[in-house]
Design a protein around this ligand. Structure first.
Ligand code: NAP
Length: 342
């Protein structure tokens, strides 16, 4: 059996170790993907620190993959060996991105359009899924703004708020609000990202260095030309959630990245997002998403995050995760290249 390099989380709260594991054959409906680029996410250090989401150790993590189709499983149509693809990894080892070859269900894989490279493509899957599931997916799992990606849906005239606009997820939420036709898209982020976030579709950026989160709701309401019915919380802590809840009108909704997020019981809805199209209840939505996303990227409607490349293949990932954990990553996505592992 052929072998590959993988980054193993060996035990609960254990270290990440580069190791050698077998290359698995794709099962029915799966693609075997040679992982060229794998983006890093906060969930990866959270799994290590908090022992969440993983059922079996040693585990291979990594939720963002871009690479080449290597082998096509039985029953798969529409993909061939050599296709350049991007997709979400998942929390079972065969589907993790922190290895040189991963197995992913073909129905939630997209082809990389020619205008983005592997590294850029790898910045999109988890962030975009988390933004889209929270905003577009039907209620109760999402805010139900456009579950079928219908191009005729339009919220012109309405305002929206994104707290954590410069996060990876927040950047995609801003772009989705623009796609949905919102007239006012207010982002809360550091001022140094203002021009970039405006290029993505924010109409206003409230500087989090100047306006404390406790004053954010008032500041957002002042900017908004109408009651705010929808907010996206890409930070997910209690203060940011309280600001979102305060900013929206009764009957309004907050899509929140935290698993702890709950309805406040005051006529406002808070959605706790499970941001993966692998999640069985999201699967149908995920299929629609992955059919639509390559076109949105190709036409420039959805642009990738800015990339910071990590050296040393899989061996560089641990240091990158420590930077994420220490809040030392701002407005960029860290991307590793598993094939460069020594
Ligand atoms: N529920 C899910 O399925 C799901 C999926 C994906 C992510 N998440 C969670 O969503 C969160 C964001 O993930 P990510 O990958 O998008 O993060 P990220 O890109 O790594 O976030 C870094 C950014 O966070 C911003 N930030 C930190 N504290 C902030 C605050 N109090 N207010 C506003 N901005 C703040 C910083 O902004 P500035 O540079 O502007 O200061 C920085 O640019 C994480 O907690 C992650 O675990 C959840």
């Amino acid at each position: 059996m052929s072998e590959q390099k993988a980054l193993l989380l060996e035990t609960v709260n254990g270290p990440f170790v580069v190791s050698t594991v077998p290359i698995l054959k794709p099962g029915p409906d799966q693609l075997s993907i040679k992982v060229v680029a794998a983006a890093l996410n906060p969930v990866d250090w959270k799994v290590q620190a908090w022992d969440i989401l993983i059922k079996e150790y040693p585990a291979i993590l990594g939720s963002d993959i871009a690479g080449d189709v290597e082998e096509v499983g039985e029953g798969v149509a529409g993909f061939s060996k050599g296709d350049k693809v991007f997709c979400q990894g998942y929390f079972v080892s065969e589907m993790g991105g922190f290895q040189q070859h991963a197995l992913i269900p073909a129905d939630i894989v997209g082809k990389i359009p020619p205008n983005v490279d592997y590294a850029q493509a790898s910045t999109i899957p988890l962030g975009f899924n988390t933004a889209a599931i929270g905003l577009l997916r039907a209620q109760p799992e999402g805010a139900g703004l456009n579950p079928t990606f219908d191009p005729n849906v339009n919220f012109s005239g309405q305002p929206a708020l994104v707290v954590g606009g410069s996060t990876s997820v927040g950047q995609f939420a801003i772009q989705l609000f623009k796609l949905l036709g919102y007239s006012t898209v207010i982002a809360y982020a550091s001022a140094r990202h203002a021009d970039y976030l405006k290029s993505l579709g924010a109409t206003h950026v409230i500087d989090r260095g100047e306006v404390p989160v406790g004053s954010l709701a008032e500041a957002a309401k002042k900017i908004a030309n109408a009651p705010i019915k929808i907010a996206y919380n890409a930070v997910g802590d209690n203060d940011s959630r309280a600001a979102c809840i305060d900013a929206i009108v009764e009957g309004g909704q907050v899509a929140d990245v935290s698993p702890e997020a709950k309805d406040p019981g005051n006529g406002k809805r808070v959605i706790s997002i499970i941001g993966t199209s692998h999640h069985p209840p999201h699967r149908e939505f995920g299929r629609i998403l992955w059919k639509t996303l390559p076109r949105l990227v190709q036409e420039g409607t959805i642009v990738p995050n800015r990339v910071e490349k990590i050296p040393n293949g899989l061996a560089g990932i641990d240091e990158g995760l420590q930077k994420l954990k220490a809040n030392k990553v701002s407005g960029v996505k860290l991307v590793a290249f598993p094939q460069e592992t020594a």
